[in-house]
Write a protein that binds this ligand. Sequence first.
Ligand code: 3PG
Ligand code: MG
Length: 395
Amino acid sequence: MKTIDSYNFAGKKAVVRVDLNVPLNPDFSVRDFTRINAVIATVKKIVADGGSAILMSHMGRPKDGFEDKFSLKHVVAPLSEKLGLEVKFGGDPIGAEADEMAANLQPGEVMLLDNLRFYKEEKKGDEEFAKKLASRGDVWVMDAFGTAHRAHASTAVIAKFVDEKVSGYVMGREVENAKKITENPQRPFTAIMGGAKVSDKILLIERIMEVADNIIIGGGMAYTFFKAQGGTIGNSLCEEDKLDLALELIEKAKAKGVNLVLPVDSVCGDKFGEDAAVASYDSNAIADGYMGLDIGPKAAEEFSKIIKESKSILWNGPMGVSEWENFANGTTTVATAVAEATEAGAFSLIGGGDSAAAVNTLGFGDRVSYISTGGGAMLELMEGKVLPGIAALED
Ligand code: 3PG
Ligand code: MG
């Protein structure tokens, strides 16, 4: 696989797939800059070499053609500002205006196409669409790690229609950091899993069991484990069809000598709402009408202790509904412990998506080792799957 460092872009036009699928506020300002910040180095390198860049991305999941709220025009100004140069907006990704702009693009210039998913061809991996995107450049740079688990026209299929292809800095960084966890991690290695569903994380839990010393489980998915062991969980989230699987995971952990830790207590609400009445229970004895919405204080303390003794930490998924003040303590406590462990020399990787958002919102972004730009993509990479966007870069 050719990497960006080994390529000289002088006089070349680069067609660059980035992931600028960033969350926007109601006024269309950017809410989280992680993905914008991530691509700056790649674009700067192309420009510094004397090349030009045609950037392309998707944003959200538009249903049927152009929709203003999914337009990448909203990221042109913040991207220009971070780059320190004016990014031209090409509009319709396969339109005549974009063709002309790309044809006239001068060394040192950067343009951005509008949302590729305004065309169904993108997700379908349509060859004509991919060919069209490829035709404007001399080289394809793949740097959309967050979308590398999709076999779409611009993330994978396009590779067939370019003479040269290289991976960008984001791709390199993400893969390198993932390896620090999946290959010979410093010990003890603790994986912290959260989020609503066990079913989303089964493969990761199974894979990580091969390397982890501790697996901490929080978030909504913990209650499936308590129910499976005969606990009473009130109205807490539960995947009834995953009860056997939860027991199997517990057994497997035992057999492998992995310390699988569930939250002994929970902060519960009498409804799924920010203003729910709050009560604490042991997680296997939750009162009727209540549901676990955060790990409890005893669990938070136990988790903290394990985390602070760790040398490698992987965190994927919040411990509770961290956007609501009454149910944020578990996630904040865990974030604090991860930050302190990192400051004491541990390597900490935060899987993208919800956990990255929580870590940034709570203000711990600068106190962990690495925050991934990929949610699903990082999950699949860690599960050991081959990502189509990476496979496409190989010969
Ligand atoms: C993401 O945010 O998950 C990536 O940008 C990929 O988007 P998708 O999940 O809609 O394919
Ligand atoms: Mg996704």
